[in-house]
Design a protein around this ligand. Structure first.
Ligand SMILES: Nc1ncnc2c1ncn2[C@@H]1O[C@H](COP(=O)(O)OP(=O)(O)OP(=O)(O)O)[C@@H](O)[C@H]1O
Length: 838
């Protein structure tokens, strides 16, 4: 290969497969030419750690097939290979060379701008410590919106710092029609920018204190190091012969700049991606960078490769996808959107039934129900799945494999899990006896159930730590909301003024710290009055107070795990969590926290040190407790983002009528392409702006960009299916429904009551109506008799393991006749069984 390589190809065409192969070919070519080559000379940058792991696995498999001893040497050096995400890549270079720039080699790189727990904590503190600044903002927006906007600001990669304050007039257009609003908006904007500056400073200091840097921080540090140190740059750019970047459509200018700085005269860069799959705009991805790289490669002596054979999906799935997406991607659009070229299926050796391979699952109101009925109908039936087999002459065929459908063949993909959408679908499935689990998004220490208990420990260590108290009160341990909290804060303020509450729980006199807006929240706990909180919440606050008092004078005598155990027990935490947690995921996480804290017991750490450890500094990677694994026979519910790069036999794209109550956002944030034009925050709801104003124009552009992102997310979702693709649909379009629904308008008509496949999709798409899947009054549902186990994962029971502790087993399904595990609010067994077996 000469020059750079640009591989642009649709989903399922073997991009990831090709890169792993390419990696091996690089060594093969060098070995054959008798050249020395080491893993240090080839960098492969992947998008997620999971993808890096998968790539290493494939490479190791490839090497094992070789017999030449030079490959054995390579095998042993694979652990040192440069295969990983861009931030781990940058982190490694900094760790190895950072001393030059005075960078701490022990620096920990966090995936995000600090954990979201950290961001939220610092945001809250900033707002409270800067009440005067926050006030004009809170006059036009809610506290939640403000906290959200601060967080969005850091997700926007800090560019906000360079923002110019939005005045009343911008670019010749008025900001809003009404001058009074314009004035208050301008004031709020100015205040917000200052508040953000303080917040971002505090966030950086907090991360520094914890020895962390963030994703952006590490990339900026590397770029600056390369710019400031020509010697290092010369050495590194001589080091890499190849730089391969996967998922390049989700990159941004800064990452491209780093690749450019690292390349030497002899370096070849391989860009791989699919502009149709760029779905990380919210995190700063700039799909335009992909197009620019392509132009660069074309203009140089490089090669542009388009892959068009799809190795993933049944021809029937592809036939449908080709028609749908040819209509959606037309090469137009504001970001110079991609054009669709149809993919070609692999040949199928033999005949497959079960056509067509694309289905619309229709229910007049409830998409969850449509999905559940369909899954129930399918499971246990014989179905033609496809396997890939080499055809003997270097090609690959799809070979039918007839077998029964299992729950784990299904992945149900949602645009967002936010706002309980995931739980809503899980509930719809479970109500029909379908085992399922929601693949989580948050890191372990961000989980509310975990954060709650750790915060309680913090309050114990320092009762005046209002932030920890806030987190504890908002966590499921107590369950207050922001309004409750505001009332408590008002009480604390009143107490401070009245001069009460001068002692802390240990009897020491205490006055509110200077500049603090009131007495610590702790003091307010005892002074709650009727009407402040609902009786249940007041009761739980009372419990928390008892717990804190109970430990006040014993905390140094107990081990941290003993405190956690006892606190959980006093709060009746496990049972409380179990109420809304039929899968016992939360309780499993609680156990995991207990186990981690036990591991720290022997280390002789102080309570504060234990808290630092448990607070998640550097532990963000910890996964939530795994209640189930890939092998569990259950339907997976997950977001499109989580499903990226993955594939499943049967995919149900659900919540197509999803609407987002948070849109239009009260905060409008615009990021300039390469930092040129700074972002502008608007704190007024967009509808107040009026037509022809600057704000409304910005909103319109934002909407168009969002709409394009929606097209791409639908594409990613639909292209995960191997054997069957189903899309749910419900009645008439709702207000505020997002673009997915419109994008599907070309495939069915008359969806309000009786949807029909449009002529263009006849033969490749079938409408499955929920009404036809509802079991009749008598007799079992068709296909239902096939399932061999009682299909209800809610019956999973903790199981005792050798050390006497209770664990949750992924596979242990309890026989309902013999065993009745504790589950508050569970329906009587008889009705449950009827539901499941009908
Ligand atoms: N040449 C090949 N021979 C056999 N199987 C292949 C080949 N190329 C790809 N595959 C298989 O086809 C599937 C899709 O490949 P891969 O995941 O590499 O595609 P991709 O282009 O990265 O997809 P996406 O963009 O959707 O992530 C995988 O299961 C992969 O193992």
């Amino acid at each position: 290969m000469k020059g750079d390589l640009f591989i642009s190809a649709s989903a399922g065409t073997g991009k990831t497969y090709t890169i792993s192969k390419r990696y091996l070919e690089i060594f093969e070519e060098a070995f054959q030419a008798g050249e020395e080559i080491s893993v240090g000379e080839v960098a492969a940058i992947t998008f997620t750690r999971k993808a890096a792991g998968e790539m290493k696995r494939r490479i190791v498999e490839g090497i094992r097939e070789k017999t030449d001893p030079r490959w054995t040497g390579l095998l042993y050096s694979i652990p040192f290979a440069w295969i990983g995400t861009i931030d781990s890549f940058a982190g490694r270079i900094l760790a190895e060379n950072g001393a030059l720039a005075g960078i701490d080699p022990g620096l920990r790189v966090e995936a995000a701008a600090g954990s979201s727990a950290l961001v939220r904590r610092v945001a809250l503190r900033t707002v409270w410590e800067n009440e005067a600044l926050a006030e004009p903002i809170l006059r036009v927006a809610g506290l939640d919106d403000l906290l959200g906007a601060l967080a969005v600001g850091v997700d926007g990669r800090g560019k906000v710092i360079a923002a110019r304050p939005a005045g009343a007039v911008e670019g010749g257009l008025p900001l809003v029609e009404d001058p009074a609003s314009a004035a208050s908006l301008a004031e709020a904007n100015r205040a917000f920018l200052e508040l953000f500056r303080r917040f971002d400073g505090a966030r950086r200091r907090e991360m520094d204190r914890l020895g962390q840097t963030d994703f952006l921080g590490v990339l900026l540090a590397l770029r600056d190091l390369l710019l400031d140190s020509p010697a290092l740059r010369a050495r590194l750019s001589g080091q890499f012969r190849y730089i391969i970047v996967d998922e390049f459509q989700d990159t941004d200018h800064l990452q491209k700049e780093i690749v450019d700085l690292l390349r030497g005269r002899k370096t070849r860069v391989v860009y791989v991606g699919d502009a149709k799959q760029s779905i990380y705009r919210f995190r700063g991805a700039e799909v335009e960078v992909f197009a620019e790289a392509r132009r660069e490669v074309e203009a140089g002596s490089g090669t542009v490769l388009e892959l068009s054979t799809n190795y993933r999906s049944h021809p029937g799935v592809l036939d449908f996808a080709n028609r749908l997406f040819a209509g959606i991607f037309d090469g137009a659009g504001i970001s110079g959107g991609p054009e669709y070229s149809p993919v070609i299926p692999l040949p199928v050796a033999g005949k497959t039934g079960d056509l067509p391979r694309a289905r619309i699952l229709f229910h007049p109101e409830d998409e969850g129900k449509a999905a559940a009925l369909f899954i129930r109908r399918m499971v246990g039936r014989e179905f033609d799945f496809l396997d890939r087999k080499e055809d003997g002459s270097g090609g690959v065929n799809l070979v039918p494999e007839r077998r029964k459908v299992r729950y784990r063949d299904f992945a149900l993909l949602l645009r967002k899990l936010r706002g309980g959408t995931g739980d809503r679908y899980a509930k719809a499935l479970r109500e029909m006896g379908i085992p399922c689990y929601v693949v989580g998004e948050a890191g372990f220490f961000d989980l509310p159930e975990v954060r709650g208990l750790v915060s309680i420990l913090k309050v114990l260590a320092d009762p005046a730590d209002d932030l920890a108290m806030t987190a504890a009160l908002l966590s499921p341990a107590v369950g207050l909301d922001l309004q409750d909290l505001a009332r408590l804060k008002a009480r604390a303020k009143a107490k401070a003024i009245a001069g009460e509450g001068e002692t802390d729980p240990e009897g020491r006199p205490r006055s509110p710290p200077t500049g603090s807006p009131g007495a610590p929240l702790f003091d307010a706990l005892g002074g709650i009055e009727e009407g402040d909180l609902s009786p249940e919440r007041a009761r739980r606050v009372g419990r928390l107070r008892e717990v804190l008092e109970n430990f006040a004078d014993r905390k140094e005598l107990l081990t941290p795990s003993a405190i956690l155990e006892e606190a959980a027990e006093l709060l009746d935490y496990e049972a409380h969590l179990a109420l809304a947690d039929p899968l016992r995921r939360r309780t499993a996480n609680l156990r995991k926290l207990m186990d981690s804290s036990k591991a720290l017991d022997g280390a002789g750490l102080s309570l504060r040190e234990v808290i630092e450890r448990l607070d998640g500094s550097g532990l963000e990677d910890v996964e939530p407790a795994s209640v189930e694994g890939e092998e569990t026979d259950a339907v997976k519910v997950m977001t499109v983002h989580k499903a990226k790069g993955l594939e499943f036999p049967i995919v149900i794209v659900a919540e197509t009528s999803w609407s987002d109550p948070a849109t239009p956002p009260p905060f409008l944030l615009r990021r300039g392409g390469d930092g040129g034009s700074g972002p502008i925050f608007s704190l007024l709801p967009e509808e107040k702006a009026g037509e022809g104003t600057f704000l409304s124009e910005m909103a319109e552009e934002e909407r168009r960009r969002e709409a394009e992102e929606e097209e791409r997310s639908l594409y990613v979702a639909a292209t995960r299916a191997r054997d069957l693709l189903a899309i749910t649909l419900s009645g008439p379009k709702r207000r505020g429904a997002r673009p997915w629904r419109d994008l599907l308008a070309s495939i069915v008509s008359g969806e309000d009551g009786n949807p029909e496949v449009t002529p263009a999709f006849l033969g490749v798409l079938e409408v499955v109506r929920a009404a036809d899947l509802e079991p009749g009054e008598d007799g079992p549902a068709p296909g239902g008799e096939g399932s061999a186990i009682l299909p209800d994962l809610t019956l999973i029971d903790p199981m005792e393991v050798e050390d006497g502790s209770l664990r949750i087993s992924p596979t242990r399904l309890v026989d309902p006749e013999e065993h009745q595990p504790f589950r508050p609010g569970r329906p009587p067994l008889a009705s449950l069984r009827r539901q499941s077996w009908r």
